[in-house]
Design a protein around this ligand. Structure first.
Ligand code: SAJ
Length: 440
């Protein structure tokens, strides 16, 4: 039997030893899914605190129940370590490390590079490696292929196998999780795709195989660029509707009454999160090396990035209409998480809105039931969430709704506030009819 056939057999009978590099919101759920499919999994992460928690059978990822980790650790199916040398015993390795952007807007590949350089030390015949981290098209072939196979003189597609499979984890979502979200898989060679698909099909319900790693890398960027550009479109529509004195929320709801050929997106104070504002910039960055300017992405990103400034300009106008200057006014920001009912503040537009309000001399406070403390990475300021919401609502010159957490009682907030700027249409019809409320 060829190396490929031997490896496929081990993957199909679950005797293959699996490693997952990076035990965050992607890697830990993936580890559990592989374990529950019957594989023995070794989780590898340089963060000893994660390893210690997992060794005690504790989960630190909300989507992964501690009971699940406890059971798998007790059954000896899952072990975690910070020692990368364990990789020499592995047959299959998934790389699930972060791919953030630098402040310059360039991709930060440092996590992939350090994971890859560690793995390269332990590569051996009969291994399959799958990269899951969102990245620019070409990363798998241009970065991982030369680094992982070269040292040992291994031949790709014969001695070892390499593929890309974009993560599709949406933290907090319960209807679609790692096991039932279709997984795209693209190999460096046909044999690579075959081996990697055989592996993942043993654990994930649907694997959608494509012909190359680049097609898989590009499909992920299309998914999230699609969202970013459509959000940019409705954000610009909000600006146009305000000039036309038309209710953008009514317009979008009307368009959404069309049962085909339309997909509803809603305007907001900007784009937050670790995916949507970032992934498309990997594509536009890569295209620069082909002297191609990805205009749609650049324009949508410019519109989305400008939304915090637009929100603050609308607040200034609203205060002015009420005879007040923003400078010296008390501004209460409601909700700073990047989307409702979660505790993630990464890239949240709330941080930009607060920064701009402070620059213009407003006395800013915030309330968010999920986020007790915030700090601005570059400007250095930090704040604690208020405790007594209604008292602050009554004292504020303006209440600015940035994130519409379900638990907010918006009618009561309107009743107690002097002026509300609602960037999410959280106040709905009541807000539309109230002289106290202005909406995006
Ligand atoms: N946003 C808008 N208007 C919209 C939708 C979103 O302003 O119509 C804003 C949100 O407030 C947030 C940002 O965009 O600040 C991103 O929101 P999101 O709903 O896209 O949520 P994310 O960032 O958690 O995106 C993830 C993505 N999942 C993966 O990359 C695996 C995305 O592909 C999912 O479609 C999305 O979750 C989802 O559907 O919840």
């Amino acid at each position: 039997m060829s190396t490929k056939e031997v490896l496929i057999k081990k993957l199909k009978d679950k005797s293959a030893k699996i490693a997952v590099l990076g035990l965050g919101y992607v890697g830990l759920p993936l580890s559990v899914v592989f374990c529950e499919a019957g594989f023995h999994v070794t989780g590898v992460d340089p963060d000893q605190r994660k390893i210690d928690a997992l060794a005690e059978g504790k989960s630190y990822i909300p989507d992964v129940k501690t009971e699940a980790v406890e059971k798998l650790v007790a059954a000896g199916l899952f072990t975690a370590t910070a020692d990368f040398s364990i990789l020499k015993e592995m047959d299959a390795v998934s790389i699930c490390v972060p791919t953030p952007l630098r402040q310059t807007g360039d991709p930060d590949m440092s996590f992939i590079i350090s994971a890859m350089e560690e793995l390269a030390k332990y590569m051996h015949k009969g291994m399959v490696v799958v990269l899951e981290s969102t990245t620019y098209p070409g990363t798998t072939r241009e970065l991982l292929l030369p680094t992982l196979g070269a040292e040992k003189g291994l031949t790709i597609g014969e001695d070892w196998f390499l593929a890309f499979s974009p993560e599709r984890v949406d933290p907090g979502r319960e209807d679609y999780t790692t096991i039932n979200t279709p997984k795209v898989m693209g190999g460096i060679t046909e044999a690579c795709g075959e081996v990697a698909t055989a592996w993942y099909e043993g654990a994930i319900k649907i694997v959608h195989q494509v012909s190359t790693a680049e097609a898989a890398e590009m499909s992920k960027l299309l998914e999230n660029t699609f969202r970013m550009i459509n959000i940019g479109l409705v954000n610009e529509l909000a600006i146009m509707c305000e000039r036309l004195n038309v209710d953008v929320w009514e317009v979008i709801d009307a368009a959404a009454s069309k049962p085909f050929g339309f997909m509803k997106f809603t305007p907001g104070p900007g784009l937050g999160g670790h995916c949507i504002p970032i992934d498309p910039l990997y594509l536009s960055w890569k295209m620069k090396s082909f002297n191609y300017n990805a205009r749609f992405i650049e324009l949508a990103s410019e519109i989305n990035t400008n939304m915090p400034r637009y929100v603050v300009s609308r607040v200034m106008e609203g205060l002015n209409d009420r005879g007040k200057a923003l400078n010296g006014s008390r501004a209460l920001v409601l909700g700073v998480a990047y989307k409702p009912d979660i505790n993630d503040v990464r890239e949240s537009p709330a941080l930009d809105v607060i920064g701009l309000l402070r620059q213009k001399g407003a006395l800013v406070e915030y309330h968010d039931p999920y986020i007790p403390h915030i700090h601005h990475e570059y400007d250095g300021w930090q704040m604690d969430s208020l405790q007594d919401l209604m008292k602050s609502v009554q004292e504020a010159d303006v209440v600015i709704i940035i994130t519409n957490h379900k638990q907010y009682d918006f009618p009561k907030i309107i009743e107690n506030a002097k002026f509300v700027f609602d960037s999410r249409n959280a106040t709905g019809k009541l807000g539309k009819s109230s002289a106290k409320v202005e909406r995006l």
